[in-house]
Write a protein that binds this ligand. Structure first.
Ligand SMILES: Cc1cc2nc3c(=O)[nH]c(=O)nc-3n(C[C@H](O)[C@H](O)[C@H](O)COP(=O)(O)OP(=O)(O)OC[C@H]3O[C@@H](n4cnc5c(N)ncnc54)[C@H](O)[C@@H]3O)c2cc1C
Length: 324
């Protein structure tokens, strides 16, 4: 029986382990992919202390630090989480069973993909998932942002500050973003919204993105026009699916998007279950590595306080009985 099981080996889970060791909590970290999404980041420019670092190198550094501190990392997929009398039971795909008094879930968000030709090929070669992760400078570039909600609108405005042209490619007839973003998009000389558009292919020259093949449907005539937009950058902002399915059978409260509802200690409605990283949703996370490591540290600290509190009434009760 461990004090804690951390599920997820991305930056949130690894940080939670580093802090758990500082708090002397016996624990194990279980994850499918070491580094999580971070390992996919070709060039990280916004992680303090490193002007520029690849996701792979940052992952190696976090893993080494976790292990050096005494954290144990198991590369396994968790298929089931259940309750026991004293805490929780975790079952992996290979039928290994682990038990702990508490859990931290740090299973991240799987970004929705378009699933179209060229998408896998050009990730990191012009396809971006995060405008603020890049060089913040798109001067002389033509970009396309795919999506129509807040994340897409915000990205268009941000990129539009420096890019010579930004297309927002959206299949709907009206952007679904907050008015503040809509106003800025309308006011911008550089941003053009292409409504009723489906992206069919991301084109490239083998090295980098060169264009987008789209189909635009005329809402009146229903006629479909095929068009190629020449772009150097493509931002895919069509949301993500949080890895929270494991907690559904336990009755953990989630919002309509599947993100877990937490309090300021990152505790869920089920006593002893905490969450960290991207799965918390936008109220407490900005889906960035800095935010993930911050919440990983917070969740481990909350587990430490929780276990201390759990112990305190027992000791007090025992001493009362002895005295009596
Ligand atoms: C291409 C790309 C570039 C990016 N660039 C930057 C950048 O430059 N700067 C920045 O700050 N952020 C960047 N991000 C975002 C950043 O990587 C994420 O915000 C961060 O990794 C979230 O950390 P996390 O620990 O919450 O989740 P994740 O990193 O998603 O890790 C989740 C972990 O949970 C594991 N897991 C999921 N389900 C299970 C299960 N059932 N059993 C076991 N394990 C499971 C996964 O294997 C993984 O280890 C980028 C993301 C991408 C995709």
């Amino acid at each position: 029986m461990f004090d804690l099981i951390i599920i997820g080996t991305g930056p949130a889970g690894l940080t939670a382990s580093i802090y758990a060791t500082c708090f002397k909590l016996s624990h194990v970290v279980i994850g499918k992919v070491v580094g999580g999404q971070m390992i996919l980041a070709p060039d990280i420019l916004n992680y303090p202390g490193f002007e520029q670092i690849s996701g792979r190198e940052l992952t190696d550094r976090m893993v080494n630090q976790t292990k050096k501190r005494g954290g144990e990392i198991l590369l396994e997929s968790v298929k089931l989480v259940g309750k026991t009398d004293n805490g929780f039971r975790v079952v992996t795909e290979t039928e290994k069973i682990y038990e702990a008094k508490t859990l931290i879930l740090a299973t991240g968000v799987e970004r929705r993909k378009l699933n179209i030709p060229g998408e896998n090929e050009y990730i990191g070669k012009g396809i971006e998932y995060c405008a603020s992760c890049g060089k913040f400078d798109y001067a002389e570039k033509t970009a396309a942002v795919i999506g129509g909600a807040n994340a897409a609108a915000q990205t268009a405005v941000q990129v539009g500050h420096s890019a010579s042209k930004v297309y927002v490619v959206y299949r709907g007839t009206e952007l679904r973003c907050d008015p503040i973003w809509l106003e800025q998009i309308k006011a911008s000389q550089h941003i053009e919204v292409v409504y009723g558009a489906q992206v069919k292919e991301i084109k490239g020259d083998g090295q980098k993105v060169t264009g987008l093949q789209i189909e635009i449907k005329n809402p009146q005539t229903q006629a479909v026009e095929s068009k190629e937009l020449m772009v150097d950058k493509v931002f895919i902002e069509i949301g993500g699916v949080p890895g929270t399915a494991l907690l559904i059978p336990l009755g953990v409260t989630m919002d309509e998007g599947g993100f877990i509802s937490v309090d300021e200690k990152l505790s869920t409605n089920i006593s002893g279950i905490y969450v960290a990283g991207d799965i918390i949703g936008h109220k407490y996370s900005i889906e960035q590595i800095t935010s993930a490591v911050g919440s990983g540290a917070r969740a481990a600290s909350s587990v430490f306080s929780y276990l201390k509190q759990q112990k305190a009434p027992t000791l007090w009760g025992t001493s009362q009985i002895k005295r009596g």
